[in-house]
Design a protein around this ligand. Structure first.
Ligand code: ADP
Ligand code: MG
Ligand code: MG
Length: 257
């Protein structure tokens, strides 16, 4: 079992003229492989900041606390090292990479996580690619196109899930993978994530809406407000939020954010 721990995490960003602003104000979160956690919360509350910080985006400055993968701090590691250690963020890749096809990118990403003398063979790669393309109802043509070049919003989301299925990370941070998806695409994306479920995989699913969680049922739901996790519960918490809204929870917790 692998564990990802976020401990009393405080994160600042730089605004104009070297002004800093604290976005995360002491986030605590522990997740194990075998579990799917969801983070919900109003816009601007720090959800994306949390995923970017876990992945190592240098725009987010950790001022206090720690992030541990299997007990080891990852704060000093650059993004690619975190990826090699098994972390995956759906938004981590540049929007478009000139001259690199989707398939070439995927193979390089897979191989970067494998030892030099155990790189994936072209045959095995293509077999795995075929399987996942049909699971996601994607055409092979998508993989021969340059990475994300001219992909529609829905195609980009599917492609992120293809990356997830091919790279097989230990922990996947999925930030608003449901935004802008119609119901068919949402079902395909959910099917992909659900196919990853198992003892060797954990996921943190960030979403503004409860709808996605009807398809990917989380084990734990956290609500983030104003840079902190203010409540955690099971899947019913998401349903309750949907009916009562964030305002209802604010009242219940006596928050004035
Ligand atoms: P959420 O994902 O919950 O909507 P974010 O983490 O994206 O929230 O944003 C939290 C706050 O931090 C917002 O006020 C946002 O404008 C600010 N913020 C996030 N990232 C940056 C950045 N790179 N530069 C400047 N401000 C940022
Ligand atoms: Mg936002
Ligand atoms: Mg966000």
């Amino acid at each position: 079992m692998a564990t990802l721990e976020v401990k009393d995490l405080h994160v600042e960003i730089k605004e104009e003229k070297d002004q800093t602003r604290e976005i995360l104000k002491g986030v605590n979160l522990t997740m194990n492989t075998g579990e799917i956690h969801a983070i919900m919360g109003p816009n601007g509350t720090g959800k994306s900041t949390l995923s970017q910080t876990i992945m190592g985006n240098s725009a987010y400055h950790v001022t206090k606390g720690d992030i541990l993968l299997n007990g080891e701090s990852i704060l000093g590691m650059p993004v690619d090292e975190r990826a090699r250690k098994g972390l995956f963020l759906a938004m981590q890749y540049p929007a478009e990479i000139q001259g690199v096809t989707n398939a070439e990118f995927l193979r390089a990403a897979i191989n970067s996580r494998r030892p030099e003398d155990d790189q994936i063979s072209v045959m095995d790669f293509l077999k795995e690619l075929d399987k996942n393309l049909s699971l996601l109802d994607m055409s092979e043509e998508m993989t021969e196109r340059y990475l994300n070049e001219g992909f529609s919003g829905g195609e980009k989301k599917r492609n992120e899930i293809l990356q997830l299925l091919m790279i097989k990370p230990t922990f996947a941070l999925l930030d608003e993978i449901d935004s802008g998806l119609d119901i068919d695409a949402l079902q395909v994306v959910s099917k992909g994530v659900n196919s990853m479920r198992g003892d060797n995989f954990g996921s943190l699913i960030i979403t503004h809406y409860q709808r996605l969680l009807n398809y990917i049922v989380p084990d734990v739901v956290h609500v983030m407000m104003d840079g902190r996790i203010v409540k955690s519960g099971d899947a019913d918490l998401a349903k309750k939020l949907e009916s009562e809204g964030y305002a209802g929870l604010r009242d219940e917790l006596g928050l004035d954010v």
